[in-house]
Design a protein around this ligand. Structure first.
Ligand SMILES: Cc1ncc(COP(=O)(O)O)c(C=O)c1O
Length: 508
């Protein structure tokens, strides 16, 4: 069967992504000689039509083939099968160094050994751009806390005190599950009912999510998550080779009815949510849905992982019952100090009940033995002193002010172009364009306009139906938010203007 026929008849079920199936069909055709070196591949739009996928998936497939060294895009002309490259010479046995490939290119053996390049490159790019510190670029891609808000003095005092008091003891290895003083303080923060023994200190929510997924997910395990959700959650699930199903989110959080339909069809083992101030929508799970979610978990026997990194940051400060309190036996919570006291601290925790706690501790040891003892001891003092609670108030009001600036800017610049969610808390709004446009072109235009955002496809496990993006309003100086949103509007208008279709796919 020709590769074109294979693409037409491509299966869609099973753990393998559609992108990977396209890659395999074309790579197979190249290997079998059906596609010779120099052959021109169908343009991405044609490929999308043949395979019955969206344009972005076709672009991704060609990108992956490029990363594998099998094809090469030529600007203005199309995508071509590459000449097979001579193998890199084996290193001489004695002395000398092997031939080096051009910078940024993989040697043949690396291409063989390294896993495929993940599709989450939008986030990698956002981190690189944010770290570059380009003054003219307005950073609305990543939801970093505002730097000037972070409590450096308090941390200087607490770390100095710990070192003074404990001396070299503070630099010795510490318990895998975390130092007792911090477990006590962090448990108290979570609620009077939470026990320190049920808390495992981790290096940020991100590590917590990784440990939970690695503990509960084997290749092919069925996992449900919100759609849209945070790209970090999707990365962790994909890294564990889960079969991921997206469940819609509305202004009352996860659509639990849709989840119920899924769990009656599939053997779901894990459901990942953000029950408060959801990233990217800013929604909150309604109490009746929380109750029903936990009832479903009990009936069908699955764990719920609640990412609480934004949990305490509801703009109005109104207390909300944490999801874990509805069903501690089924809900594992992951949280951190990142959005309140600084992501650089990498200070986070998992809270769980029963035998799974020991498994999480085991996962933590495998990862990095334990989180830095000095910072844990300082964090315990910081919470105990009441400064963390004060800082939480400061953070809430900072995020709220920035949201107000963003909302006003959106009313000014995005009216008629896009709709935004109305977050209850957190640091982002979810933006849906009134008229769909090509996402890659939109991203290229936003960067050209001098603003960074993350494209909607990075937030969903499945192909998005609309053109969406996340607008994070926490990191740029508040007085630049209006200009940032104006630049986003400028980019949308530029892409919405009809243009001659590009013959080749974007490489940037
Ligand atoms: C939903 C969500 N989870 C986790 C993280 C990362 O948190 P941490 O710094 O605690 O790893 C973020 C950061 O933006 C986030 O939005």
């Amino acid at each position: 069967m020709s590769y074109i026929d294979q693409l037409r008849d491509m299966e869609r079920d099973g753990p393998q992504s559609v992108t990977q199936r396209i890659v395999d069909a074309i790579a197979g055709a190249i290997e079998a000689g059906e596609l010779a070196a120099g052959a021109r591949l169908p343009p991405t739009r044609e490929l999308a039509e043949i395979a019955g996928v969206n344009h972005l998936t076709a672009v991704r497939a060609y990108r992956r083939l490029r990363d594998l060294g099998l094809v090469q895009p030529r600007v203005g002309s199309g995508t071509y099968v590459r000449e097979p490259r001579a193998r890199v010479a084996a290193p001489p046995l004695e002395g000398g160094s092997p031939a080096q490939p051009p910078a940024g290119e993989l040697t043949d053996w690396q291409r063989y050994v390294l896993p495929e390049v993940p599709d989450s490159d939008a986030l990698d790019r956002a981190h690189q751009l944010t770290m570059r510190g380009d003054d003219d670029l307005i950073q609305m891609a990543l939801a970093y806390p505002p730097t000037e808000m972070l409590p450096a003095r308090a941390w200087a005092a607490h770390t100095a005190f710990v070192l003074e008091e404990l001396g070299s003891e503070a630099l010795q290895y510490a318990p895998v599950e975390g130092v007792r003083a911090l477990r006590e303080q962090a448990a108290r923060l979570a609620g009077d009912w939470e026990r320190p023994e049920d808390l495992v200190v981790v290096s940020g929510t991100t590590q917590g999510i990784t440990i939970v997924t690695r503990t509960l997910v084997s290749p092919g395990t069925v996992v449900a998550c919100e759609s849209p959700t945070s790209p970090g959650i999707l990365d962790a699930l994909r890294a564990a080779s889960a079969r991921v199903y997206g469940v819609p989110v509305d202004e009352r959080g996860l659509d639990v009815e849709a989840l119920e339909r899924l769990v009656t069809r599939q053997e779901v083992r894990l459901v990942v949510v953000q029950s408060r101030n959801q990233n990217p929508t800013g929604a909150e799970l309604a109490p009746e849905r929380a109750e029903r979610l936990v009832a479903l978990a009990r009936r069908h026997g699955f764990f719920v992982l609640d990412d609480e990194v934004w949990g305490g940051l509801r703009f109005d400060g109104a207390p909300r019952k944490p999801l874990r309190e509805w069903g501690p036996d089924h809900v594992i919570a992951a949280g951190s100090m990142s959005k309140v006291a600084g992501g650089g601290l990498r200070m986070g925790w998992l809270r769980a009940s029963g035998p799974v706690v020991d498994q999480l501790v085991h996962g933590k040891r495998i990862d990095d033995i334990h989180s830095p003892a000095l910072l844990q001891l300082a964090a315990a003092r910081y919470i105990a002193s009441g400064e963390y609670a004060d800082q939480l108030e400061t953070a809430r009001s900072q995020y709220h002010k920035r949201w107000e600036a963003c909302r006003a800017a959106a009313a000014r610049h995005l009216d008629g172009l896009a709709c935004l969610t109305d977050p209850l808390g957190g640091a982002s709004a979810w933006v849906t364009l009134v008229r769909p446009v090509d996402e890659d072109r939109l991203m290229a235009e936003t960067t050209r306009a001098g603003v960074t955002v993350i494209p909607g496809s990075a937030f969903a496990p499945e192909r998005p139906a609309a053109t969406q993006l996340r607008l994070a309003f926490s990191f740029p100086p508040i007085e630049r938010i209006d200009e940032g949103v104006r630049r986003v509007a400028q980019a949308i208008k530029a892409v919405a203007t009809p243009q001659r279709e590009a013959v080749t796919w974007p490489v940037a």
